[in-house]
Design a protein around this ligand. Structure first.
Ligand SMILES: [Zn+2]
Length: 133
């Protein structure tokens, strides 16, 4: 038996759903092959965990449950990817708005200053003494 064959039979070996000849073959291989031995250990550990936490499957709404689970995973993936992008977009928006507001304000100040200057020079033509003080 090759390593690939062992991998395919490991589940049945752990579950003891295997004929004695194959079982012997696997045991012989595992004795010699450390890689398959490691795989067997990990595999039986995993199966143990699964066996211990027997999850009751909802028989009636199974499809609905599965769809919701898959959708949840999918959603988390998309949101997980989008989260930094959203944060970046929001800070960019805040920056743009405050920059525009700042520019708008400075333009307004400049305009009013020009208007005042024009008004002063216009009024100076009339030689009003209060203005020259
Ligand atoms: Zn092997």
């Amino acid at each position: 038996m090759k390593c690939d064959d062992i991998k395919n039979e490991l589940y049945f070996y752990i579950r003891n759903e295997i004929d004695l000849t194959t079982k012997k073959e696997i045991e012989n291989h595992i004795e010699k092959c450390s890689e398959c031995r490691k795989l067997l250990n990990e595999f039986s550990k995993t199966l143990n965990i699964i066996d211990k936490s027997i999850i009751e499957m909802p028989s009636k709404n199974w499809n609905y449950f599965a769809e919701k689970t898959v959708a949840g995973i999918h959603h988390r993936k998309i949101f997980g990817f989008l989260k930094p992008a959203i944060v970046f977009a929001v800070s960019l928006l805040v920056f743009t708005i405050s920059y525009k507001y700042y520019k708008y304000r400075s333009v307004q100040q400049t305009t009013s200053l020009t208007e005042t200057e024009e008004l002063v020079s216009y009024l100076s033509d009339f030689d009003i003494p209060e203005l020259s003080q």
